[in-house]
Design a protein around this ligand. Structure first.
Ligand code: PEP
Ligand code: MG
Length: 858
């Protein structure tokens, strides 16, 4: 245990991995002596960012009478740390905190060695500050001047768009900093809009360089590249030339990195958020796809297909009242801002994680731009300035927000102009937090009519209540529209401000596929819409009505369609959707987002509640699948370079047998009451399966395994698929996790948009593995598929053709998946799948499936 009398150290970094590695390195130098070091790094294990509240907690954690030295990496790390000081409960503790300008690796090593030796705060801070001296002395040639220090260098390096660095001596002997200059051409379809701009800004913030951007095509700028709001004012459109001018220790890396990134379109997933094209789809599918609206078309515009008929509903808005009277002192007003910004950041993070889980990484990327806005140093500095001038926190925030919104709204590019809505949305969230105003809500069933929706509002719409949405403003490419489509909620946008005058309760009808909107329609129009809605609803109702029936293909092959669950609420909707069981309960959701693991009693309660909600249908409880993208804060694991290839899933459970045994005991408890299966994730060797089974038997206790407990494993590692026959004697069933199987087969990390195009479960390489598993298991154990491919209309015929007879999908998709299966002829699917296995690409497979479906519907 470190001596609390010694100086404590806090490492603030955008990357948790980086901070932990720096701490490990420093610990090596301490030769067993202890130092209080806390890490406040990353928004979670894998998400880059800094959080003022976490930094404050870290300072409090290691702070004692001797004080604290804080080491920070770049950009907003410094800003967040300054905010953290404002948040300290004990303001006298603030005087015992030194923010060190030292680089984190060298600085931490020097500071840790000094602190371990009992040095004072001043001595530790001085050690950290001088940490670069030895290296600088060693590397500096007698004739060379030190780089990066203003006044000593006078050269300008240039980098062309191809990334080649040249050096141009300019104004030799003049006191200017070395600058590196490069130019790139914007290749993104919509220019440097919110997402690519947010990517650019966050990359710049992660480097130790001061970077300015200029739009050479329009002459606008220069603007600091670490401010999203300022970068937006460049109005950088496709084909514009942007000059990058950097100075500081990492100037060259900054310019080269931005040029490379620009060449990769800032990793924007081309097409991922675009509307799907209609042309190639067979008629059965095309009715489900939205029509593409041109941006020059005037509203109302179709944005998410489907018919909605119902009374107009408004968001019940609580107007935000800005306090004008007496305000607190500037320090406490600024502290309010810091707390609200930190709170909204956390909320957005949660929505982002949920969106990523439910809708995919590309949709979740929408929220990255929002997070970047909340760390905008220019905006925060402006708010701080207003507060220092005597304005209260809400009024300062509102005034700054209005100014930024005005700048964005004045941009001439319509696509960028629409992003003013994002600024407004995030800003309002902070204002609500500052003033305590409650969020707007839809209170009764009907068609929501409102100005615009934030992505968070669109993601959080209660689909049971909101049958459709009309937006006065907004666009077909807005984030709200993308999310409405993903959630199957009919939407028309750009309907004009007059719709806001429609009285609450007035009957309105919309067709989100054509953009039609009628208020108080005459009987003829209403009749037409009712017919159209009737046809659509009939199809869905038929699907739902039949959802409880056995699912049998045209040629009499039976299927089970189960549901993937994360909670008791999911179980209720699964039952209502006609799920035949729960094919995958992601038990880790009970373990995530809390500071301690649920004990056995709590787990038993949850599993029994899920089983009860499923009304006696079989429930497959997957054991804890954490690690990788789902770290548990209370299960600290060693630093891993590649967490997805590390201690995750079953590997982590076998490493923590006590935790694992407790979960298995809770599962056995559930299995003694109702039909239950247990399933092990991420198995790659037979040894792991045998070890897991052994712990299961121990957990079952003296009465032995519950009679009806079925034991299975997920097949999501290619090696497990390839040697599947060795696992089968120890199993009752296997379930193929196509999400991970695809990730590992294609070597494409599932959350990484830059490699999203590789992650395709219809890749013939993945299909060959599924085929192998299905053949080997045939007649021995059941084979299910529980990855996302199980609900994809074009993947289902292939899976069926490869012999899969059980699919497990999100609860809402159950009726549709059952309907899809009933349309299939398994014999034809089988023949088609054999061809699919021989094809070269997933696109070829899709064409083959589409051809088969078109023929079948002809
Ligand atoms: C899978 O990998 O396909 C799967 C269903 O598990 P998860 O998505 O929870 O990793
Ligand atoms: Mg998985």
């Amino acid at each position: 245990m470190a001596d609390r009398q010694n100086v404590g150290l806090v490492v603030v970094s955008h990357s948790r991995t980086l901070a932990l590695a720096a701490v490990s390195l420093a610990s090596e130098m301490l030769q067993g002596r202890a130092v209080n070091i806390a890490v406040a790094a990353g928004l979670d294990e894998t998400t880059f960012g800094t959080d003022a509240v976490r930094i404050k907690e870290s300072i409090e954690e290691v702070g004692g009478p001797a004080g604290v030295v804080v080491l920070m990496d770049v950009g907003s790390a410094v800003l967040s740390t300054e905010l953290a000081l404002d948040l300290l409960d004990d303001q006298s503790a603030r005087d015992r905190v030194v923010l060190s300008p030292a680089p984190i690796v060298e600085g931490l090593i020097a500071a840790a060695v000094a602190a371990a030796g009992g040095a004072s705060l001043r001595e530790v801070a001085a050690e950290a500050r001088g940490a670069l001296m030895a290296k600088a002395a060693h590397l500096t040639e007698p004739t060379e001047t030190t780089t990066g220090i203003p006044g000593e260098i006078s050269s300008e390096n240039t980098v062309d768009a191809g990334g080649v660095v040249g050096v141009t001596e300019t104004s030799v002997g003049q006191p200017i900093a070395e600058q590196v200059v490069g130019v790139f051409t914007v290749a993104n379809e919509h220019g440097l809009h919110a997402r690519p701009a947010a990517r650019l800004v966050s990359e710049v913030r992660a480097l130790d360089a001061s970077v300015q951007l200029r739009n050479l095509t329009t002459g606008s700028g220069p603007v600091p590249a670490n401010s999203l709001t300022r970068v937006a004012t460049l109005e950088a459109r496709r084909d514009h030339q942007i000059e990058v001018r950097a100075s500081g220790p990492q100037a060259k890396q900054a310019v080269e990195h931005l040029l490379t990134l620009a060449g990769r379109h800032f990793d924007e997933v081309v097409g991922a958020l675009e509307l799907p094209a209609r042309a190639e789809s067979p008629s059965a599918l095309s009715s489900m796809l939205p029509s593409v609206a041109s941006s020059s078309q005037t509203g109302p515009l179709p944005a998410s297909p489907g018919i909605a008929i119902g009374p107009a509903r408004k968001l019940t808005a609580v107007p935000i009242e800005i306090e004008q009277g007496v305000i607190g002192d500037p320090a406490s007003e600024w502290r309010r801002i810091a707390e609200s910004v930190a709170e909204v950041r956390r909320d957005i993070e949660h929505v982002r994680v949920r969106t990523a889980r439910e809708m995919g990484a590309a949709e979740a990327g929408i929220f990255d731009a929002h997070l970047t806005l909340l760390a905008d140093s220019e905006m925060l500095a402006d708010v701080k300035g207003r507060i220092a001038a005597g304005v209260g926190a809400p009024a300062a925030w509102a005034a700054c927000l209005a100014e930024v919104e005005r700048q964005w709204a004045e941009l001439s590019d319509p696509y960028l102009r629409e992003r003013a809505g994002d600024v407004h949305a995030v800003g309002q969230q902070v204002l609500r937090s500052l003033t305590g105003a409650t969020a707007e809500q839809v209170l009764a069933v009907g068609v929501l009519v409102t100005r615009d929706l934030t992505p968070a509002q669109a993601a959080g719409l209660d689909a049971e209540r909101v049958s459709g949405v009309v937006l006065a403003f907004g666009s077909t490419s807005s984030h709200a529209a993308i999310l409405a489509r993903a959630r199957d909620i009919p939407l028309v946008v750009a309907a004009g401000p007059e719709v806001l005058d429609i009285p609450e309760g007035t009957l309105i009808v919309i067709d989100g596929g054509s953009g039609e909107l009628h208020t108080d329609p005459d009987p003829e129009v209403l009749g037409q819409f009712r017919r159209r809605a009737g046809e659509l609803a009939e199809r869905r109702a038929q699907e739902l009505a039949l959802a409880g029936q056995p699912t049998v293909s045209r040629d009499n092959v039976s299927f089970e369609v189960a549901a993937n669950l994360g909670s008791v609420a999911d179980a209720r909707s699964a039952l209502a959707s006609g799920a035949d069981g729960a094919g995958l309960v992601r038990t880790e959701f009970l373990f995530l987002g809390r500071s301690t693991a649920p004990d056995q009693a709590e787990q038993e309660q949850e599993y029994v509640a899920i089983a009860d909600a499923m009304g006696g249908r079989r429930v497959t409880l997957r054991t804890l699948d954490v690690g990788g993208d789902k770290p548990l804060p209370y299960l600290p694991s060693p630093f891993e370079q590649n967490p997805f290839l590390g201690l995750r899933g079953i590997r982590l459970c076998l490493d923590r047998p006590a935790l694992f045994r407790e979960q298995l005991a809770a599962i056995c408890h559930s299995a003694r009451r109702s039909p239950t299966s247990v399933m092990f994730p991420m198995i790659s060797t037979v040894g792991e399966l045998l070890q897991a089974r052994q712990i299961l038997e121990e957990a079952a206790g003296p009465s032995g395994l519950p009679a009806d407990l079925r034991v299975g494993m997920m097949v999501e590692v290619p090696a497990a698929a390839l040697k599947i026959q060795s696992f089968l004697p120890h199993l009752d069933f296997v379930s193929i996790g196509t999400n991970d199987l695809t990730q590992y087969t294609l070597a494409a990390e599932r959350g990484n948009p830059a490699v999203a195009s590789f992650s395709d479960a219809l890749d013939p390489g993945v299909l060959q593995l599924i085929d192998r598993v299905s053949r080997a298991a045939h007649g021995q154990v059941d084979v299910a598929v529980c990855g996302e491919a199980a609900s994809d209309e074009l993947s289902i015929p292939v899976l069926v053709g490869l012999g899969v007879r059980e699919l497990s999908v999100t609860p809402a998709a159950v009726p549709r998946v059952k309907a899809n299966l009933r349309q299939l002829d398994v014999g034809r699917c089988r023949a088609m799948a054999q061809v699919a296995l021989t094809l070269a690409s997933p696109d070829d497979v899709r064409k083959l499936v589409l051809a088969m479906l078109s023929e079948s519907s002809a």
